[in-house]
Design a protein around this ligand. Structure first.
Ligand code: FAD
Length: 845
């Protein structure tokens, strides 16, 4: 009976808005029950056409609601037409072979699971709980506990969106890509998602393993044992409050073991009294939190657990529901921190939470790979997510107190190079929002274009989007030339631009000047994006590193044979270094790079390895034998052939810094080695051996170079010789390296700089002169290598380390590859000199 009562209370709480007559004002609220919003009316559309008609026919504000599990008013604003999407909940197409599903956006993950489980398929990425709608999840660009996955955007093939003018538009990576990048993670700002096509994966049995450890050991544990484990499917680690110094890491891995739970999906809508009691206990009882570590978790995690993947991915958020939310309520917030800065953030977080004695129930750590697609990406690099689940009172002073520590945690995240998640309470200041989501103005510029009358609204955008300021700017600017999205179907009339819509709600922003400047930048960015030759693929900065490694290796070889035997060179270690560096590059670019570059490395990697292994083998057998005929003592290239060949390697090494290796005139050098003159003495054998081996070696390189040149000519377009850099105007600064410059607006200019090696010199010189860069070829991060003493590390956290490796012929030195923020290059590049660290190379795109 009691269970029935609880279920009835819950059902009523969620059904309340719908209980009001469809055309009457109604109050909508989210799961926390602390954000009631009175809307003009609630409508539950049942078809795409109905959504399009409603949007087209309504001139006032429109808000969109899914399962209402966002927690800060993201679903509504006052007097809006509220589109409750939950009746658009059909599976439209399931392709078992292609492992894709097309669904309406109001469908929940659970309903999808029920449809695909009989086909042994599973959702690729979703949240931990299955109650959310696909539309709501796409709009926040959600994530789950999956190993090796990032945010939801990575598993989306395409979406269908109703825009403010009522047109229905398809967006994907091939069509209306800008819209795709804006809508996913766009919190309903650009339109109503009505359909989505998602990737699926195989359903499989998974087995749980759990390990408790000090939090300081977790990062290493994760990297050593989980991150690259092929069988790991789900992983998270719970930090135990109130000490925050221990974690319980839980991993579910593929297994062949027999199931311990036979049901394929757990029952949904059950009472969950055990879990709900446990949450109450942990948040209210004396020593409740401590008892989780000592009693509750050991009980919960005892024995073997083998379940279906779908079972483990189908938690019911009802298990978190307290009996009442009238005095206190459970809330979430979340922070995303670059993986290297895990320890730094956990220290800062612990200090804030302890200082405020926050009632934290759990902090769950997850991992997410980089998202360079969505404009509002929260994983701008590989990161750990910290999901903070806490209890708070509902009175104004309770909210104020939570606001204080939340802002401190946001500062801690921002100062650790990370950001915070937007579906939760709106405590962040304008400045924190702008720093946490630096591309928000790109989204806003798109919104202004697609939704000029600010139809799509909710509390999030009322708080941080300031359309009046943007509009004023656009009126004084040239119109953006960005193409309109291509309508997919049911295209209706052109957008209204008259003033018959709701007035903009936001007050003038406190920092209006900064806001205006940012808005102007967003317009410049939009203009540059569509300019031919401007934007280059972000992953190319990484992909050029293996190529340059080969160039450095040639330098090292040339330096080595100046005063060492050719047999002394560490051929094998060079090859090992190449592949180690390449594995890091591959990890950073996996699935994001152009095939042409990957193909190039697939060719140069093995051919470099083959050349070095063959050379190493030769020099250590026949080469070494012929070395024996030479006088002992310190080695100098003594025969005319050795001297000649050392000169060729020097010449070759400097040649390939600027020109592709296959253009080097090896054939000519064969002639050269046979034209050397020397005496006929005991070195004759060595001299002959050098001539013959050079003939074979250079002959092979000539033939191989010819093949590569031919395939290069047919496979690749001629390369651009300059790269375009968006920089702030620096009056009076000139530099011979600038090929051309163009005015963009009052503050910005576009610089054309030479690519490849001269690019490093040009950029370093401009940075020294104080030129501030905004973007390089459309990218805000760039790879740099430094030459540093072996013991050096970046104590000032100026960039994210990719990989470092010793310079084999200079044992006290190493090369360090790290990505730097373009916007900080003027400050960071000149700073290395003070630490005896040289800028080796800046990798253009
Ligand atoms: C208990 C709990 C656990 C959570 N766990 C996770 C987690 O593991 N990982 C994670 O990433 N997040 C998590 N979240 C956050 C959750 O993913 C988001 O709040 C998500 O938006 C919920 O989906 P929803 O259907 O409830 O969306 P809603 O809250 O209804 O809507 C969210 C936003 O999407 C917009 N929207 C909704 N539908 C559409 C549509 N069809 N078209 C356009 N815009 C739309 C709304 O206007 C709103 O701005 C959790 C939240 C809770 C309460």
């Amino acid at each position: 009976m009691k269970r029935l009562l609880v279920a009835a209370t819950l059902a009523l709480a969620f059904a309340a808005p719908i209980a009001a007559g469809a055309d009457e004002p109604a109050t909508v609220n989210d799961v926390t029950q602390i954000n009631p919003i009175v809307v003009e009316r609630v409508v539950r559309p049942k078809s795409v056409e109905e959504v399009a008609e409603l949007v087209k026919g309504h001139s006032g504000p429109i808000s969109i609601g899914g399962a209402r599990h966002s927690m800060g008013g993201q679903i509504a604003t006052e007097n809006a037409l509220f589109l409750d999407m939950r009746d658009l909940d059909k599976v439209l197409e399931l392709s078992v072979e292609a492992r894709t599903i097309r669904v309406q956006a109001g469908i929940t993950w659970r309903k999808i699971q029920e449809a695909i489980d009989p086909h042994d398929l599973a959702v690729k990425v979703m949240q931990s709980y299955a109650n959310f709608t696909v539309g709501g999840s796409l709009s926040v660009n959600a994530h789950g506990r999956y190993v090796g996955q990032g945010s939801l955007v990575g598993s989306v093939r395409s979406i269908k969106v109703v825009l403010a003018d009522g047109s229905v538009v398809t967006a994907s990576r091939d069509e209306n890509h800008d819209l795709f990048r804006g809508v996913i993670g766009g919190y309903g700002s650009l339109g109503v998602i009505v359909e989505a096509t998602l990737d699926l994966v195989a359903n499989q049995k998974v087995e749980r393993s759990a390990k408790r450890m000090p939090i300081r050991d977790y990062k290493k544990y994760f990297f050593d044992e989980i991150r690259d484990a092929k069988t790991a499917v789900f992983h998270n680690a719970d930090i135990y409050p109130p000490a925050y110094d221990t974690v319980m890491a839980i991993t579910w891995s593929e297994t062949d073991h027999p199931l311990t739970v036979l049901e394929r999906l757990p029952p949904f809508g059950a009472s969950h009294w055990k879990e709900r009691f446990a949450y109450w206990w942990m948040s209210e009882a004396p020593f409740g939190k401590e008892s989780r570590r000592t009693v509750l978790d050991p009980l919960r995690l005892r024995g073997t657990a083998v379940v279906w993947r779908n079972h483990e991915a189908s938690y019911d958020a009802g298990e978190l529901e307290p009996v009442s939310r009238t005095r206190s309520t459970y809330v979430l917030e979340e922070y995303f921190i670059p993986v290297e800065r895990f320890d730094e953030f956990t220290e800062k977080m612990r200090a804030v939470l302890k200082r405020h004695d926050a009632n934290i129930v759990n902090i769950s750590i997850r991992h997410a790979s980089k998202d360079d697609e969505s404009l509002m990406a929260w994983a701008r690099e590989e990161c750990f997510a910290f999901v903070v689940y806490y209890k708070q009172g509902v009175r104004p002073d309770d909210r104020e107190e939570v606001g204080k520590w939340t802002r401190e945690l946001i500062d801690a995240a921002l100062s650790s190079g990370g950001t915070y998640y937007l579906p939760y309470q709106l405590h962040a200041t304008d400045d924190q929002f702008r720093r946490g989501y630096p591309r928000a103005n790109d989204l806003f510029a798109m919104k202004l274009r697609l939704d000029p009358t600010y139809k799509f609204r909710n509390k999030l955008w009322d708080r941080y989007y300031h359309p009046e300021a943007l509009k004023a700017l656009v009126e004084t600017s040239t119109p953006s030339p960005t193409p309109e999205p291509t309508p997919a179907a049911a295209s209706t009339e052109a957008p209204k631009t008259s003033t018959d819509t709701a007035p903009a709600a936001s007050a003038a922003p406190e920092n209006a000047a900064a806001e205006l400047a940012d808005a102007h930048d967003a317009l410049v960015r939009e203009t540059l994006r569509i300019r031919k030759g401007y934007a280059r693929d972000a992953s190319q900065t990484y992909l050029t590193l293996p190529e340059w490694y080969i160039v450095y290796s040639a330098d090292e070889f040339a330096a080595s044979v100046e005063d060492h035997r050719p047999s002394d060179f560490p051929y094998l270690r060079s090859v090992a270094q190449f592949w180690r560096i390449y594995s890091h590059v591959l990890r950073a670019t996996w699935g994001k790079s152009e095939w042409g570059y990957q193909l190039m490395i697939a060719v140069i990697g093995p051919s470099y390895s083959f050349e070095y292994l063959a050379k190493g083998l030769y020099e250590n057998v026949l080469g070494r034998l012929s070395e024996l005929t030479m006088p002992g003592g310190a080695w100098q290239p003594q025969t005319p052939e050795d001297v000649y060949l050392a000169g060729v390697w020097r010449d070759y090494a400097s040649f390939i810094h600027a020109t592709p290796w296959f253009a080097y005139p090896f054939a000519e050098k064969i002639g050269g080695v046979w034209s050397t003159h020397g005496s006929v003495d005991r070195t004759l054998l060595r001299r002959l051996e050098r001539r013959v081996s050079a003939t074979f070696g250079y002959g092979f390189k000539t033939a191989w170079g010819w093949i590569i040149r031919k395939s290069n000519e047919s496979a690749y377009d001629p390369e651009e010789q300059t790269i375009q850099v968006w920089a702030r105007k620096a009056p009076g600064v000139t530099d011979a390296a600038i090929v051309a410059r163009e005015d963009l607006d009052e503050r910005s200019e576009l610089l054309k700089l030479p690519r490849y090696e001269p690019f490093t010199r040009a950029l370093s010189s401009l940075a020294e002169k104080g030129v501030h860069f905004v973007e390089i070829a459309g990218n805000d991060r760039i790879l740099v290598t430094l030459i540093a003493p072996e013991a050096w590390h970046d104590s000032q956290n100026r960039g994210a380390l990719l990989v470092e490796w010793p310079i084999l012929t200079r044992p006290a030195m190493k090369r360090v590859a790290m990505t730097l923020d373009v916007a900080r290059l003027d400050e960071v590049l000149p700073s290395f000199g003070a630490e005896q660290v040289a800028i080796d190379h800046v990798y253009d795109f």
